[in-house]
Design a protein around this ligand. Structure first.
Ligand SMILES: N[C@@H](CCC(=O)N[C@@H](CS)C(=O)NCC(=O)O)C(=O)O
Length: 263
């Protein structure tokens, strides 16, 4: 009844997997090989014209866009609602979703993509690479990926991405001084859509980003301890994968830290 097109390192897919786990929903998982750009193949573009994961298929209907999928699942399977009880908190939840979709997600891409997606592309000739990236459907994403492919962490996108992360962390620290979770004392979709962006911090060992944000650190630890996070996210990270990502993260850290120091 439910199928999910996913990739273990995709924060957007991780959000959806956390929701599925919170709700105890079983589903069939389809791995989309992002480093080999299976997401740009015509068969996949028919399901998701933006050529990204995740895509949820429910009773043969494809649903795209991770925040929309998360709310869709909450509407379609209302038992154990993940929306906050009050209208105000619900509006705040949607504001977090908007900020994640518009800012934090592309910023995470700018930091993660050079480390995990770029190496495969760099095995190709420049011509092959450009030809492949020309297929990315949306212009801003296409151009960003081309810059990140050619320049890696030296691309101009990276400084802005670090700034967005640090701004988000300070907004979260403030929100968490008022309530236990991001929009209320209840764990909600607001926490679910933000948490996977800290898996990136975790996997690369970039915890220094949180050194002035003890509440965010504590919040992320509480998210990670939930059964849904273990099932939906952590279980995909084998010790070998984590060791590899950690080594990549450590090598990249001086460039990230230099941007933080200049803020
Ligand atoms: N706004 C989309 C973004 C999805 C997205 O960017 N997914 C990434 C992985 S997190 C992806 O599939 N990237 C493949 C590519 O850019 O080639 C959503 O929220 O679902």
């Amino acid at each position: 009844m439910l199928e999910l097109y996913t990739h273990p390192l995709s924060p957007c897919a991780q959000k959806v997997r956390i929701v599925l786990a919170e709700k105890g929903l079983s589903y069939t998982s389809h791995h989309v090989d992002l480093p080999n750009k299976e997401n740009l193949k015509p068969e996949y573009l028919k399901l998701n014209p933006l050529g990204v994961v995740p895509t949820l298929v429910h009773e043969s209907v494809p649903i795209i866009e991770s925040s929309i999928i998360c709310e869709y699942l909450d509407d379609a399977f209302p038992e154990h609602s993940l929306k906050p009880a009050s209208a105000v908190a619900c509006a705040q939840m949607r504001l977090w979703m908007k900020q994640v979709d518009g800012k934090l997600h592309p910023s995470c891409g700018a930091l993660q993509w050079p480390l995990v997606m770029r190496p495969k592309l760099m095995q190709m000739t420049l011509e092959e690479r450009q030809k492949l990236l020309d297929k990315v459907p949306e212009k801003p994403r296409r151009e960003r990926q081309k810059r990140l492919a050619e320049m890696g962490l030296d691309a101009p996108d990276v400084v802005g991405a670090v700034q967005v992360y640090m701004d988000t962390i300070s907004k979260m620290e403030e929100a968490l001084s008022k309530h236990q979770w991001l929009v209320s004392d209840e764990f909600s979709l607001a926490d679910i859509v933000v948490a996977p962006y800290f898996q990136t911090v975790h996997q690369f060992g970039w915890y220094d980003m949180l050194k002035d944000a003890p509440r965010v650190m504590d919040w992320f630890n509480r998210c990670r301890q939930r059964e849904s996070y273990v099932t939906g996210v952590s279980s995909d990270f084998t010790p070998e994968l984590l060791a590899d990502l950690h080594a990549k993260g450590l090598a990249a850290w001086p460039k990230i830290a230099a941007h933080i120091d200049k803020l």
